[in-house]
Design a protein around this ligand. Structure first.
Ligand code: FPP
Length: 261
């Protein structure tokens, strides 16, 4: 739609750099808060939706690279429960994007062995959005490569509240006592119960906050922030993030090795 205005092409990911990254441990689960689409468009005198459209192309590029890197799960924050507060035209456009993305790229995702999943409340999604996502989930359910997990109409506090409510019901029925409840009970009640916790969280656009995203799951995740706006987030940016992750020492509250580091 805006492609005539935006003639942009990115060179393929640097193969040497890619293989150096593959020598080290690659994060199994990368979660991304894709921010800055609106500002990207505004800087070009374009409507905000042009930024979202360009952001959709970044989703394709980053999905492909994550798959090449052997990442197991890529979770993308595509629409929060708070995003309904935006103007109706923008919400309507955002609700069309999964459909547009999947109608263009579903065959490619199938081909590349990607499995599409979604976390968030499906109920208040428009039927056309829900159906497009459902179709992608169904058609890719047997794929064994990267899990592309869209957070769509997702809010972490609501997710945790639902898990706690579920446990309260089990306690009320006598199945569990309050003393039986462990952290695993909460984790198992979340929409991510079958996924590893994120190893690396990326947020673009210079904002450094979580915006109600995976609050429980990110307890020991490494954070990586960049000023780059999501439509400009390149393969090199993802490789920068992963290389930085590979230099970090994860201690999970304990000490590493000889206890001196
Ligand atoms: C935040 O940028 C971005 C969003 C609320 C939407 C993110 C959606 C996409 C990148 C496209 C999703 C694609 C698929 C395939 C579902 P912002 O609008 O808040 O930017 P701003 O802070 O500059 O205004």
């Amino acid at each position: 739609m805006f492609d005539k205005l935006l003639k942009r092409k990115e060179p393929p990911a640097d193969a040497g750099r890619l293989s150096a990254i593959l020598e080290e441990e690659v994060p199994a689960h990368i979660a991304i808060i894709m921010d800055g689409n609106g500002r990207w468009a505004k800087m070009r005198g374009l409507p905000r939706i042009a930024g979202h459209h360009e952001g959709m192309k970044t989703v394709r590029k980053i999905t492909r690279l994550a798959n090449q890197l052997g990442v197991e799960v890529l979770t993308l924050y595509a629409f929060s429960t708070e995003n309904w507060k935006r103007p109706k035209t923008e919400v309507d456009f955002l609700m069309r994007l999964p459909e547009e993305f999947l109608s263009s790229y579903l065959p490619e995702l199938v081909e590349e062995n990607v499995r599409v999943t979604m976390m968030g409340s499906e109920d208040s999604l428009p039927p056309h959005t829900r159906n497009a996502v459902r179709k992608a989930i169904d058609e890719t359910q047997d794929n064994t490569g990267l899990v592309l997990n869209f957070a769509l109409n997702y809010g972490s506090r609501a997710e945790i509240t639902d898990a706690v409510r579920e446990l309260a019901v089990r306690v009320a029925s006598g199945e569990l006592t309050p003393a039986d409840i462990t952290e695993d009970h909460i984790s198992d009640g979340l929409m991510t119960h079958s996924l590893p916790e994120p190893d690396l969280l990326i947020r673009t656009s210079g904002e450094e906050r979580l915006s109600n995203f995976m609050l429980w799951q990110l307890a020991y995740t490494e954070f990586w922030f960049t000023k780059t706006l999501w439509p400009d987030f390149s393969s090199d940016c993802l490789m920068d993030a992963v290389e930085d992750y590979q230099r970090r020492s994860r201690r999970y509250g304990g000490l590493k090795g000889d206890g001196m580091t």
